[in-house]
Unconditional design. Structure first.
Length: 116
């Protein structure tokens, strides 16, 4: 856990120097997520997405964060949007990962929609 705090501090320092750096925001969001700071991670992931919609990794991780917080339809939307971007960029690995993630939540998503 101590190493995680150091990583967070180091990445936050980098981000302070260059607040528009998508890679640093993304890495910091992952570290925050590891330490249980879900809402801070969400803000950073969403910032990366807004600033750099071609940053493919954010679709999977933000979708998983939405899943973790019970926001399944938003997770599905994130995966679907990411799929379109990944297909446009011919990134087969990401297409497979996002398709798998989407398939895993479909049963729960359909159940939730029936409840509405």
């Amino acid at each position: 856990m101590e190493g995680n705090k150091k990583n967070i501090q180091r990445l936050a320092g980098f981000l302070k120097k260059n607040p528009e750096d998508s890679f640093t925001k993304f890495a910091l969001a992952l570290e925050l997520l590891k330490s249980g700071e879900v809402s801070k991670a969400r803000v950073l992931f969403e910032s990366v997405l807004k600033q750099d919609p071609d940053y493919l990794g954010v679709y999977y991780h933000l979708g998983k964060l939405y899943e973790r917080t019970g926001r399944l339809s938003e997770a599905a939307g994130m995966y679907k949007t990411g799929l379109m971007v990944a297909e446009k960029k011919s990134d087969t690995r990401t297409v497979i990962e996002l398709n798998d993630a989407l398939e895993l939540i479909k049963p729960d998503l359909n159940h939730d929609e029936e409840l509405l």
